[in-house]
Design a protein around this ligand. Structure first.
Ligand SMILES: [Zn+2]
Length: 744
């Protein structure tokens, strides 16, 4: 079996594990009797009583050395959703009391955990499709409990499709493993065909390392390389928090430890030797310890390091006072996250710079979109908007507030005047990561000021269409719209609903040599190569209407107008859209159909709008369920009926719904990150006629629904069914629904 091997150790059971034939017992199915042979007490259990965490780790390490299997302290004590899905795809019911338990996945491979490696049964999943890791008995039992709950909601098949599947060829070549995968791995014909294409299109790549396998979906490259070479492999998303190495060092070498024992450290890396990392670690005066390299996807390792940083910035218990590094560069503020981790924000001797940089660092690590600095009673308060919710990051005495404000205004080269509304920006560097901040200064009562910072992450600024999580219908609408030679595309939604990200992704999808793209924006949030971006500038008289007029002289094919705020801009946009330009703009409206009536109320001629309009889109962001702790719940018949009545379900639900729980990964909120819901109304014959005759919204909706249109609420319900969010998160959108009561 594909256990994590350690070279040079005695491994009575698992030496050259890949060659071990499946045991006859593995073909047993649920109907058979449980395993009768009593298990010998493992060395683990015999010393278990009165243990603490340290002892448990030491015993894990001892067992690991004995059996040659990597020990892991799982970041969660549940079966992950992908692991459950893969178990259903590859396995079948088991009657054994203590089988290996699915805890995670690595692309097509299932990570299974047990506290006693002498057990064999693994749900009939062929050994070469599993990665076996040692976990402690407590985690084993909680995963077991969780899995039992999941299988009660939706039972697993009595036989498995992977049974009798031949083992991968032992030729050491990834290409051979890919062919084997295509031929034998249980998957849908569609997936198989997708893979075949992907491999055929990239057959000139170097398959001997992970860099050459980048074209594969995440983790597949690492999994295939491991299947071909026998090198151990693991998924960085399933690695626990670490405090053993400085985050900066891990980031520099793109490695991450899975398990730090006294004798051995298991290190995730995308290459098989890490001498440079080991040298640097040893040269800092650390004790020599054996490092075992475990292959992993390079992008996922980077994400694990970033996640660990985010965790340590939340954890106040570990911070203590240290020195700060100031940059000479005035336009870029350099903030070292490792240094910041040493600042104790409660220390009264901190300078205002230390406090401000500590807060900036913490807000950015927590993926905040905005930071508010304001007076609140007798305090100076820092609040960050994280996943749409304001959270207090820090507060000090109110007498400090003017210093914080002066400092940030200094970063952004803003005048220190208090009575004016001011706008400016500055850049921050956190290690290799650059984030820009747009600063707005607002005068408040009693000569006070408030600052609002908006963070713009250059790295995830411009997305590909494929990164927007669009449905097939949505993707084809966007492609049709963006390939038109003229027309108007409207995007509506409140501030902070991700409109800009969406528009940039749309623009980027047609960004090519033969197309001239011009924008007029306020502000330019991200700079995109190949797109001509103009910033509105009231001082020099550039606003949306006259900016657009001058843009039209620049021979554009595609135009983005940041916002159609007034009748003049709206009419000019529509004229441009009727004269050979594809025009994209945003508008304030509650949904995609009301955007149409809003334009009409601004004085746009209905027949012109009917001719010009290609697409009206509305969007909202809702919080995404944390993948580490979301829990399945069986849907009640009432919920099924509700979903059917809302037109998003025909028949029953095959899969459970999920509820928010809360864990360390998500700061106990149950949610992590956000997803965009998009309501898209593509205009066609009958619909255009209705627009031309200024038909009411209800009439527009009736016709749109015939054409496959889904409201924001329906799009939200689809995400609930998909296990990505909850009824609670989308309840604020229910005004766009049928008005039925949600059963409790
Ligand atoms: Zn969580």
């Amino acid at each position: 079996m594909n256990s994590l091997q350690i070279e040079g150790t005695d491994q009575p059971h698992y030496a050259d594990a890949r060659q071990i034939q499946p045991l006859s017992g593995e073909s047993r199915v649920a109907m058979l009797e449980p395993e009768e042979e009593p298990m010998v007490q493992s060395s683990y259990e015999s010393t278990e009583s009165g243990s603490d965490a340290g002892d448990a780790l030491a015993r894990l390490e001892e067992l690991s050395a004995q059996y040659g299997i990597m020990p892991v302290q799982l970041p969660r004590s549940t079966c992950s959703v992908p692991a459950e899905t893969l178990l259903r795809q590859l396995g079948r019911m088991t009657a054994v009391e203590q089988p290996w338990l699915p805890v995670g996945t690595i692309g097509p491979l299932l990570i299974v955990g047990h506290y006693d490696p002498r057990h064999q049964e693994c749900w009939g999943v062929p050994p070469f499709l599993t990665i076996r890791v040692l976990i402690d008995p407590q985690q084993y039992h909680s995963v077991m409990k969780d899995l039992e709950g999941r299988l009660r909601i939706k039972p697993i098949a009595g036989h498995n499709s992977a049974e009798g599947m031949p083992a991968p060829p032992q030729t050491g070549k990834v290409a051979d493993v890919m062919n084997w995968f295509l031929q034998y791995y249980p998957q849908s014909d569609r997936d198989r065909e997708k893979f075949r294409k992907l491999i055929a299109e990239n057959d000139d790549c170097d398959f001997s390392n992970l860099a050459g396998l980048k074209f594969l979906p995440r983790h597949y490259g690492a999994a295939f390389l491991s299947l071909a070479t026998g090198h151990p492999v693991y998924n960085p998303e399933e690695a626990p928090a670490q405090t053993h190495f400085p985050d900066g060092l891990l980031e520099k070498h793109n490695v991450y430890p899975v398990f730090c024992g006294h004798q051995r450290i298991f290190l995730l890396s995308s290459v098989t030797n890490n001498y440079a990392f080991e040298d640097e670690w040893l040269s800092s005066g650390s004790d020599a310890v054996e490092m075992v390299t475990v292959l992993a996807d390079p992008t996922a390792i980077g994400a694990a390091v970033a996640r660990n940083r985010g965790r340590s910035s939340r954890d106040k218990a570990k911070v203590d006072v240290g020195d700060l590094y100031f940059s000479d560069n005035t336009s870029i503020v350099e903030i070292d996250p490792t240094e910041m981790a040493r600042v104790n924000p409660q220390n009264p001797n901190n300078t205002p710079e230390q406090v401000v940089q500590w807060v900036l660092n913490r807000a950015v690590q927590a993926r905040a979109s905005d930071l508010h600095i304001e007076k609140y009673y007798n305090t100076a308060r820092f609040r960050a908007r994280i996943d749409g919710e304001l959270v207090v990051m820090h507060s000090t005495g109110e007498e400090e507030l003017p210093r914080y404000i002066a400092l940030i205004k200094n970063y952004a080269n803003m005048p220190q005047e208090r009575q004016k509304l001011l706008d400016a920006r500055f850049a921050m560097k956190f290690g290799t990561r650059r984030i820009d901040a747009r600063v707005a200064a607002v005068p408040c009562r009693k000569e006070q000021q408030k600052l609002i910072l908006r963070f713009l992450d250059k790295q995830d600024g411009v997305k590909e269409l494929s990164a927007l999580n669009l449905s097939e219908r949505q993707t084809s609408i966007i492609k049709r719209t963006m390939n038109r030679d003229q027309g108007l595309a409207l995007v509506t939604g409140p501030t902070g609903s991700g409109k800009t990200t969406t528009l940039y992704a749309f623009l980027n999808s047609v960004n090519a040599d033969n197309i001239n793209i011009q924008t007029i924006e306020d502000p330019i949030e991200y700079e995109i190569e190949g797109i001509n971006q103009t910033q509105t500038d009231p001082v020099h008289g550039i606003d949306f209407p006259n900016g657009l007029r001058s843009l039209l002289r620049a021979d554009p094919d595609v135009i983005l107008i940041g916002e159609s705020r007034d009748a003049e801009t709206a009419s000019a946009s529509i004229n441009a859209a009727l004269t050979g330009h594809l025009v994209l703009t945003t508008l304030h409206a509650n949904d995609s159909l009301r955007a149409i009536s809003r334009l009409l109320s601004m004085g746009v001629e209905p027949y012109l709008l009917a001719d010009a309009l290609a697409l009206s889109q509305a969007q909202r962001l809702v919080r995404r369920l944390c993948s580490y702790c979301k829990q399945p719940v069986a849907p009640t018949p009432e919920v099924e009926v509700y979903l059917q009545q809302n037109g998003v379900l025909s028949g029953g639900l095959d899969d459970p719904l999920y509820q928010a729980i809360g864990c360390d990964e998500c700061n106990n909120t149950g949610y992590s990150g956000r997803i965009a819901l998009m309501e898209m109304c593509e205009t066609n014959g009958e619909f255009s006629e209705l627009v031309a005759s200024s038909a009411p919204v209800s009439e527009l909706r009736r016709v749109a629904l015939k054409d496959g249109f889904m409201t924001l609420y329906q799009e939200g319900l689809v995400q609930v069914i998909g296990g990505n969010t909850t009824f609670d998160e989308i309840s604020c959108l229910s005004y766009t629904s049928s008005g039925l009561e949600l059963p409790s």
